[in-house]
Design a protein around this ligand. Structure first.
Ligand code: PLP
Length: 375
């Protein structure tokens, strides 16, 4: 099946009981055994639930993975994946990753004996140098948040395979419609389904997609053991959202490109970060590995940030991204406030940086709104 068809049919079968075409929300904690020592396919909803399994299958289908698992949040997915490791292990992570992942790694997981090196993953030699005998994982976000830096997945996975290191790619920003990291030999894909996969700003959720049976068993063991699973209702909402993923992603990317070009030409704008622009330093790699450039545009302005934000009407001042509604945020005080100032500045997340999640509105209205902000 082609992607658009998969978005609608992967993981979904008509309900065997009633024929319902919409996967039922199996809102139940437990499942009655057929007999002594004979559980059915599901026995307890933390371990597995039919609505959640359908979502896992749908996402795995889109990513081309072995199995997919749905979690209560993107952070629950990240937390579960990082628990594949143990005390004493070393992880190389990109340095401008999602603020919450950075906080989890640097302030929580270090308490349990994991060791991290945060660095830009754009230089083969530097990555080689950062590898230690105890390096067990490389954590990638591409495009990264909020600067849309691009990591060459093929290059990183080649280094990792040579050194028997696991690779995990947070694919939240692209969604599988634009990028499927497993095609580049990445081992694990992570999602905050809160963003594009659900797409309607009404769920907090996450997902992990694996590339092998062994990893699937480990993730299922951790999910069940840690209780990081998604609820049936949230799973259903994300399943519904995925049906329109291709349509939404196309419009997000088209609007974002138009806005990136508008900003590039604007005299009050110092720098625009969008991988679709030929001026973006990751453009060539993005063009090679992605089918489109996504809906997030960041930029730096040389005018008053607060006044600009207050001048906007349609762009709502809010964290998050990937929904139908356009959002604007100030990374330094909002999404990346959990990073300390020094780390933030080093990663290029300065006080003049603004991030847009370009929604599905008419792009002319969005540009008019930005004009108002500048005025
Ligand atoms: C939002 C986000 C997360 C965390 O997801 P939640 O659903 O908010 O827990 C992780 N990674 C990226 C890239 C994100 O944008």
């Amino acid at each position: 099946m082609k992607f658009d068809t998969k978005s609608i049919h992967e993981g979904r079968k008509p309900d065997p009981l009633t024929g319902a075409i919409s996967t039922p929300i199996y809102q139940t904690s437990t499942f009655v055994f057929e007999d002594y020592d004979k559980p059915g396919e599901h026995d307890y909803s933390r371990t597995s639930n039919p609505t959640r399994s359908a979502l896992g299958e749908a996402i795995a289908g889109l990513e081309g993975g072995h199995q997919g698992f749905a979690f209560s949040s993107g952070m629950a997915a990240v937390t579960t994946a990082i628990h594949l490791l143990k005390a004493g292990d070393h992880i190389i992570s990109c340095d401008d990753l999602y603020g919450g992942s950075h906080r989890l790694f640097s302030e929580i997981m270090t308490k349990f004996g994991l060791e991290f090196t945060f660095m830009r993953l754009d230089d083969e030699e530097k990555i080689q140098e950062a590898i230690k005998p105890n390096t067990k994982m490389i954590w990638i976000e591409t495009p990264s948040n909020p600067l849309l830096n691009i990591t060459d997945l093929e290059m990183v996975s080649r280094i990792a395979k040579d050194n028997e290191i696991l690779t995990a790619a947070d694919n939240t920003f692209s969604s599988p419609y634009f990028l499927r990291p497993l095609e580049y030999n990445i081992d694990l894909v992570i999602h905050s389904t809160t963003k594009y996969l659900n797409g309607h700003s009404d769920v907090i959720g996450g997902a992990v997609v694996t590339s092998s049976e062994e990893l699937s068993e480990e993730i299922q063991f951790l999910l069940n053991g840690m209780g990081t699973n998604a609820s049936p209702l949230d799973s259903w909402l994300v399943l519904r959202g995925i049906k329109t993923l291709p349509l939404r992603m196309k419009k997000h990317a088209k609007n974002a490109m138009t806005i990136a070009q508008y900003l590039s030409d604007h005299p009050r704008v110092k720098e625009v970060f969008y991988p679709g622009l030929t001026s973006h330093k990751g453009h060539e790699i993005a063009k090679k590995q992605m089918d489109g450039f996504g809906g997030v545009v960041s930029f730096k302005i040389d005018t008053n940030v607060v006044e600009f934000l207050r001048g906007l009407d349609i762009f709502a001042l809010a964290e998050s991204l990937g929904g139908a509604d356009s959002l604007v945020e100030h990374a330094a005080t909002m999404s990346h406030a959990s990073m300390n100032e020094e780390v933030r500045n080093k990663a290029g997340i300065t006080d003049d940086l603004i991030r847009l999640s370009v929604g599905l509105e008419d792009v002319n209205d969005l540009i008019e709104d930005l004009d108002k902000g500048f005025k």
